[in-house]
Design a protein around this ligand. Structure first.
Ligand code: HDE
Length: 715
């Protein structure tokens, strides 16, 4: 493992942050030294506490106000600092300063989040993930406030509060937490067919990522790039993770929510602390103005994406996250993203969902932080020079010395100061508006199913099975039979097989596409899709595999054959993997050759869901002890059930005995892969260094979703 490299990146304000000499005496907020921090002021040692104890009152008062309201959505999150670097100048398309010079490192602060749960909820729930990036550019802050899915539930901002009231816990008892599996959500979306495409993504494995580091990111809406001549083109933004795109098994995600609710937060933190800096490539899909009609996709409709197969992604730069926050509250909690934070060279499209967001974010921050001065907080203020006449407000921290807080003026410097708005600064794209006021939308927005079908058609068999299972799980938690039926009737417009499989599992009537189409609010203006399938919509096989930082559990007990696995562990470590010994108890286990092996975890304080792969070493006594320990058997079977790579050496295979694997399989061949991702080998092969490669190859697949008969595995 490479040593920690804590690079000092991020905006300059860091140098101004409060530094306390921890050896200096404690003081009050007024700077008065505190004589005793353990006892309040009393009338005698047993007497009543005195009101005049200003030290006690100040301490309690501040504590009482330590919390601020959590974000109404995306409350649960984790963030990191880093930088963005361009590959080559993009001046042909955009005048944005940070898109001109490949030598410049633009500081960024990135916050990942779940959308539905409250601040203390679990990380691994089924949900869309927020992917917010603040670029501290020399022309001001630019925020790309996106998600890990490229489309959204609704087309118009006016529906957002309804969507969220339906999706958040139900109001009478505030249940369920951080879950869409309840009646109000499915009631709403089943009456809102425009959400169907997003539902396909939400029911897919994209909604249960393995790590924030292994998610794609999307700007979702169409924006515009504007070049120095004022010419613009449509743009969609994409983040592509260097570590590839990976998910968990649903059963695993649910168990993880209990085992380690902080799993994603910890994973991001640990990776950065250990110098394994997560990285994404920023790419753009560009569409020339006037050419959008040729795509047959309305670019202003946030329930639609542009398949990469129609408009390829142009990679423009890379982002590296290399520093954890110093203070979660001051940075991650107080950071204020806003899709309205633009810089010259980037502009909005007329997407009605995007334009509504422009109001909502600053308004939300105002309510959370209680003052418009949240913009001046260290994490929010730009890294470039500022000059404005925003004054006063609660908690104004700046001391403005000028008398002339207005423009134009001559008093400030003795000469006239006037802003020239014609050419300088942010120039909005000069649009010609089409018509008068209307509460309507374009007929092209009435097309709700073709991209949902395209998504379904583009999934591998295993991915399709997961989507079906997710619909079944969610709808099984819905108590109203009518809502379940309405949902599968809608799904009949996506794919009859999908809808029928879900209906069969729920024990309800066969899907009825006609009934769905006859319902109030159902509009379906069918558009011909240019594609039958789009491989880019599947998660499988699209990234160059990279397994660095993955965790391998080595199950051990007294008598473990360490000689056989020493080389395997070394080779896995050299490949960037982290091998951790899990044993019946902490401390050490004795090896077959009379040595000791340090233990990292016990079966009592960890579980298989915390690991990406499992190594089952040989040793008669070790295998015998582990086979008699339910927790060890469960560990191995559960890893198998979650489709994780497993390597068993000699007697280690006995832990998989109930699945039909046996030592005879290794005797015949010495090394075999009887089932996808299961490597069985004898110790000689391990000593000769012949199994690590096969095990690593199994790990490059991440998960072996095509394993058969998983339902019969008792874990
Ligand atoms: Fe948000 N959204 N949103 N949203 N959203 C918020 O802003 C809102 C939408 C997204 O890490 C809030 O500061 C409206 C789409 C992320 O701090 C709030 C609409 C997308 C985050 C808000 C949308 C997002 C938020 C809550 C429909 C993907 C977390 C507190 C018009 C492109 C940002 C806050 C962070 C947060 C409103 C729809 C992503 C209430 C009205 C579409 C990643 O202002």
């Amino acid at each position: 493992m490479s040593p920690p490299r804590r690079k000092d990146s991020g905006p300059k304000f860091q140098s101004e942050s409060v530094k306390t000499d921890i050896r200096s005496p404690l003081t009050t907020a007024q700077g008065v030294q505190i004589p005793d921090n353990h006892h309040s002021l009393k009338a005698g040692p047993r007497g009543p506490t005195l009101m005049q104890d200003f030290i006690l009152r100040e301490k309690l008062m501040h504590f009482d106000h330590e919390r601020i309201p959590e974000r109404v959505v995306h409350a649960r999150g984790a963030a990191a600092h880093g930088y963005f670097k361009l590959y080559k100048p993009l001046s042909q398309f955009s005048s944005a300063g940070f898109l001109q010079d490949p030598a410049v490192e633009t500081p960024v602060f990135v916050r990942f989040s779940t959308a539905v749960g409250s601040r203390g909820s679990a990380d691994t729930v089924r949900d869309v993930r927020g992917f917010s990036v603040k670029f501290y550019t020399q022309q001001g802050n630019y925020d790309l406030v996106g998600n890990n899915m490229p489309v959204y539930f609704i087309q118009d901002a006016i529906k957002f509060p309804d969507l969220m009231h339906a999706l958040k816990p139900e109001p009478q008892h505030e249940m369920p937490q951080a879950s869409s599996a309840h009646d109000t959500f499915w009631d709403f979306v089943s009456l809102m067919p425009e959400s169907t495409h997003m539902l396909m993504w939400l029911m897919s494995d994209r909604a249960i990522p393995r790590s924030y580091r292994m998610m794609e990111g999307f700007g979702v809406h169409t924006f515009r790039l504007v070049n120095p001549h004022g010419q613009s083109c449509f743009v969609k933004f994409h983040w592509k993770p260097k570590l590839g795109l990976h998910s968990m098994a649903w059963d695993e995600a649910q168990k993880m929510a209990g085992q380690d609710p902080d799993f994603h937060r910890r994973d991001l933190w640990d990776a950065i602390e250990s110098g394994h800096f997560p990285e994404w490539e920023l790419g753009v899909q560009l569409v020339e103005m006037g050419k959008e009609a040729e795509l047959g996709i309305d670019l202003l409709d946030a329930t639609k994406l542009i398949p990469e197969e129609l408009v390829p992604i142009l990679p423009i730069g890379r982002m590296v996250l290399n520093r954890n926050p110093d203070d979660f509250f001051a940075e991650t909690e107080q950071v204020a993203f806003n899709p309205g934070h633009l810089v010259p060279g980037i502009d909005f499209s007329n997407d009605p969902l995007l334009l509504g967001r422009l109001f909502s974010y600053a308004d939300s921050q105002l309510s959370r932080m209680g003052s418009p001065n949240f913009q001046a907080l260290p994490i929010n203020r730009p890294a470039c020079p500022m000059h404005h006449f925003l004054r006063g407000g609660q908690l104004q921290a700046s001391v403005h010395r000028e008398r002339a807080a207005y423009e134009p003026n001559t008093l400030a410097s003795g000469t006239e100061f006037r802003v020239d708005g014609a050419t300088q600064g942010f120039q909005s794209c000069p649009d010609v508006l089409e018509s008068g006021k209307l509460r309507q939308q374009s007929a092209s927005f009435d097309e709700h199913f073709s991209q949902a079908t395209l998504f379904w058609n583009s999934q591998s068999q295993a991915e399709k099975d997961h989507v079906v299972a997710a619909f079944c799980f969610e709808l099984s938690k819905v108590k109203s039979k009518e809502i379940r039926q309405r949902t599968v009737d809608n799904l009949a417009h996506v794919d009859m097989k999908l809808a029928s499989r879900v209906a069969a599992q729920l024990g309800i009537d066969a899907p009825n596409a006609v009934a769905a189409a006859g319902r109030l609010g159902f509009k379906h203006h069918k558009m011909q899709s240019q594609l039958q399938e789009a491989p880019s919509l599947s998660m499988i096989g699209r990234y160059k595999p990279d397994i660095s930082t993955r965790k391998v559990a080595v199950l051990a007990a007294n008598g473990v054959d360490m000689i056989a696995i020493k080389r395997v562990i070394q080779e896995l470590t050299d490949a960037g993997l982290q091998c951790k010994v899990v044993a019946p108890q902490l401390g050490h286990v004795g090896t077959a050759s009379g040595r000791t092996l340090a233990v990292d975890f016990s079966f009592g304080n960890t579980s298989s869901v915390m690991f990406d792969a499992v190594l089952l070493p040989g040793g008669v006594a070790c295998a015998d002890a582990l086979c008699r320990l339910g927790a060890a058997l469960h560990f191995a079977l559960e890893a198998y059930k979650h489709c994780k790579p497993i390597c068993a050496i000699n007697e280690g295979v006995l832990l998989l005995g109930s699945l039909g694997f046996s030592q005879s399989q290794q005797k015949d061949t010495a090394l075999t892969v009887p089932t996808p991702g299961v490597v069985i080998a004898d110790s000689q092969k391990a000593i000769e260094g012949q199994i690590s490669q096969t095990f690593i190859e199994a790990m490059l697949e991440h998960r072996h979703w095509d394993r058969v008969n998983l339902d019969s595995v008792p874990a």
